[in-house]
Design a protein around this ligand. Sequence first.
Ligand code: PLP
Length: 404
Amino acid sequence: MAKANLNYLNLPGNYLFSTIAQKVKAYQEANPGADVIRLGIGDVTQPLIPAVIEALHLAVEEMGGEETFRGYAPDLGYAFLREKIAVFDYQSRGCDISPDEIFISDGAKGDCSNIQEIFSADNSIGVCDPVYPVYVDSNVMAGRTGLYDPEAGRYRDVIYMPCTAENGFAPEFPDRVPDLIYLCFPNNPTGAVMKKDRLQEWVDYANRNGSIILYDAAYEAYISEDDVPHSIYECRGARGCAIEFRSFSKTAGFTGLRLGFTVIPDDLEADGVRLWPLWARRHGTKYNGAPYIVQRAGEAVYSPAGQIQIHRQISRYMENAAYIRDQLKMAGYEVSGGINAPYIWLRAPGGMTSWEFFDYLLTRANVVGTPGSGFGPAGEHYFRLTAFGTKDNSVRAVDRICRL
Ligand code: PLP
């Protein structure tokens, strides 16, 4: 008899954003005409930049020509894109990463959830708390997390590394050393960053203990301060202990176009086994490549015009972030993030829980954010707002919150 993967039943209820969507839908059905502003899910709102649109058009034309048509992409992705990434994102920052260590994909979500497949099922995992839910959920599906304790809001076998106001939302080393350590900086949801010397300590810790760091740098393009590393490979010894994920989603508005990449150093090993060939095998077996036209669009992001245009786009989002952050601070909220990341992290006032504050903002201000507790137990009493809305919506939402 066929048997289902029972690990899935160990996931607590719905994915966070489905729960939010259901609540908002129910509210709107009960209050038709309510002008609800969404600063919840981290999706972008600005259109693709002209350099990308132009590259897409050209690539579409190529696909219609007998001489220029392309079928399956090479397993790692097209060299024209991997070479740009290696030079612009890594070598220009002094990171020793070559094009052949870059695997092109259709985004970071798939990569950072699939990567656990190349590690043994008995590895322990350490995650920041709060954290982007995908890291934990993908390990639940693989049976690596132990049972969920609904009282505590956590999995028995996951090593949670609290990120709190006291530690500047950057984790301390946990009591038990995790085999796999998920780090995401600039962080979703707190908007916090790890300074270079602190990240170096984590790299040294991983090398000392034989752990692998799975470093999600999806928000790297939002870094504005100098001493914040854009890549973990800026740290000494990171080639020996780290895999990095990047995405074009927030860098260049590709959430609907889909493009990302994973970096695995050629010589990176886990317990004496090289990981590059394992991911190459996994990638080649289960994935047939990001579309040619999308990879050409990604290449255009690195053109001189593309760079100017994406920086302009990111600045607009960060103007929203500054407005949200400053206004809420002035209104007396305890606020962080929003300087090197498009996320603003605030403490719910009056001791409200995250979901109480969610309901309060939805019903009293018609503003939707994301409850911090949905990202982990240490997120309780916190709330995330994103700067990815339009300027008009960001201003209107914050003004409504401040008036409450
Ligand atoms: N990693 C983090 C930390 C994210 O917040 C997101 C999206 O919100 C992703 C990865 C997913 O990126 P992509 O759109 O490339 O799949």
